[in-house]
Design a protein around this ligand. Structure first.
Ligand code: GLN
Length: 480
């Protein structure tokens, strides 16, 4: 059993296709693992795998853990919120349908920050997820359940969503690979909306090859999402072994003492690896990126306040109070159904969009967003990639930042600019570091960003770097 669970998705799919491993046995092994979830990573998982018929395809027989923000026909979908508790969607999200068409099967739905708002998974209405490396710490968020499931040996791979870092940051804090594709690479149809101009689906996997496999299956234009375009030429398995002729830009504004010493050491060591592989390190200027957090925390709440207006007790999920009075019913339902962070965002967003303030906040934030996109464009005229740490710290303690929303928001400092620019970015595990204040060594992620739709090139470089780094640490008690 342990042997089966130790395989990567690519290895397992090859064994299943060759008939060396039965898909039912493989799925059963993962089902058993998921059933032993002690991390609160799953909100729901498949109970009966008996009738599993394997479809041929690149992911034939592969179980996938799916963030509970994706609609899955007939099975509970909560988005981590009480307000739609009990909702069973009448249809399945395109990304999940495409995985299914490639032969994969949903293993379970994973825990997440409510409506994907958060960086620690502590905003879930269903309790926090524990980091498999240290159960006193957070797994990151908002796709924390997906990241913890893969890192904790509860799923071979997972999908999540990233609006400002929600795939990359939990991947970094859990020591796995997380990829946010270009905005529009994968359909958003059936993905419960947070901030529609930023939301993007992507894989969380053990390695870069598996990320490529999942991306290949999910990407593509979808008539149900007019912003989806797909990746021209598709995605192939990466095979590059060196970084010769490639230029990696380090933002000069990235003041190297704004992040933890341990994270800095791993970052510097990774830059040295890049050079060993023949890559070149250069400085690039991203002068507007430092305003990314401010712009993001206007734009994302503004869009959220509009998207979340539909949860009023009439159509979806829970309904509370009112005694026949409609307005009162709306108010009670929303007061009881939404958590604190979601309410904070709705208020921030509504304020930013209110007449008289629109230009001062939303309008300004959109200008900053354009500037950031232009900064990246100018940088990519000089370099192939932009690199940063994924997160300024390793996994922090449960409860450590909940009282201070701003310090929580600052976690997204390195990931938000790419989201605002709509470009692809990946986090790969680059090493371990001791947390500030001491303790067990924890994973550190390295972020690589590329121009829009340059996913193949990004995956090739990440693959070469991943092999050179050779990160093979696992949380205690996790196979493989
Ligand atoms: N942590 C960020 C937020 O709270 C990003 C979340 C996300 O990417 N979904 O908004």
């Amino acid at each position: 059993m342990g042997e089966l669970l130790g395989l990567t998705v690519a290895q397992a799919a090859a064994k299943i296709a060759a008939g060396d491993v039965s898909a039912a046995e493989y799925f059963g092994a993962w089902q058993g693992a998921a059933a032993g979830d002690e991390l609160n990573a799953y909100l729901w998982s498949v109970e009966n795998a008996g009738d599993y018929e394997v479809k041929d395809g690149p992911l034939g027989g592969i179980p996938v853990a799916v963030k509970d923000i994706f609609c899955t026909e007939g099975t509970p979908t909560t988005a981590g919120s009480r307000i739609i508790e009990g909702y069973r969607p009448p249809y399945t999200a395109t990304a999940v349908r495409r995985l299914d068409a490639a032969g994969a099967r949903v293993l379970g739905k994973t825990n997440m920050d409510e409506f994907a708002m958060g960086s620690s998974n502590e905003n879930s209405a269903y309790g926090p997820v524990l980091n498999p490396w240290d159960r006193g710490r957070v797994p990151g968020g908002s796709s924390g359940g997906s990241a913890a499931a893969v890192a904790g040996g509860l799923a071979p791979c997972a999908i999540g969503t990233d609006t400002g870092g929600s795939i990359r940051q939990p991947a970094s804090l859990c020591g796995i690979v997380g990829l946010k594709p270009t905005y529009g690479a994968i359909s958003r149809y059936g993905m419960i909306a947070f901030a529609s101009s930023l939301d993007q689906c992507g894989p969380l996997t053990r390695d870069v090859t598996d990320a490529a496999l999942l991306l290949a299956a999910m990407q593509g234009r979808d008539p149900c999402d007019s912003t989806s375009v797909g990746i021209e030429g598709g995605i192939a398995a990466p095979s590059r072994e060196d970084l010769k002729g490639l230029r990696f830009g380090v933002p000069s504004e990235l003041a190297r003492d704004t992040f933890d010493a341990g994270v800095r050491a791993v970052f510097e060591a990774t830059l040295a690896r890049i050079e060993e592989l023949g890559g070149e390190i250069a400085e690039v200027a991203l002068p507007s990126a430092e305003h990314g957090i401010s712009a993001y925390y206007v734009i994302a709440p503004a869009e959220a306040s509009s998207n979340l207006a539909r949860y009023d007790g009439v159509r979806y999920g829970m309904r509370s109070g009112g005694d026949g009075d409609l307005l009162e019913m709306y108010e009670t339902t929303r007061a009881e159904g939404f958590g604190t962070e979601v309410k904070r965002r709705i208020m921030l967003g509504t304020y930013a969009l209110s007449s008289g303030y629109y230009e001062a906040y939303y309008g300004q934030a959109q200008k900053v967003r354009t500037r950031i996109a232009e900064d990246f464009k100018a940088a990519f005229a000089e370099v192939d990639f932009v690199v940063t740490p994924t997160s300024p710290t390793v996994a922090f303690g449960l409860g450590e930042k909940t009282a201070d929303p701003l310090s929580m928001y600052l976690n997204d400092f390195f990931t938000v600019p790419m989201s605002l620019a709509g470009i692809p970015a990946i986090s790969i595990p680059a090493g371990l570091a001791e947390p500030e204040g001491g303790g067990r060594r924890l994973p550190v992620g390295f972020q690589i960003a590329a121009p829009a739709f340059a996913e193949q090139k990004l995956l090739e470089a990440s693959y070469a770097l991943e092999r050179a780094i050779g990160f093979d640490a696992r949380p205690e008690g996790v196979d493989g």
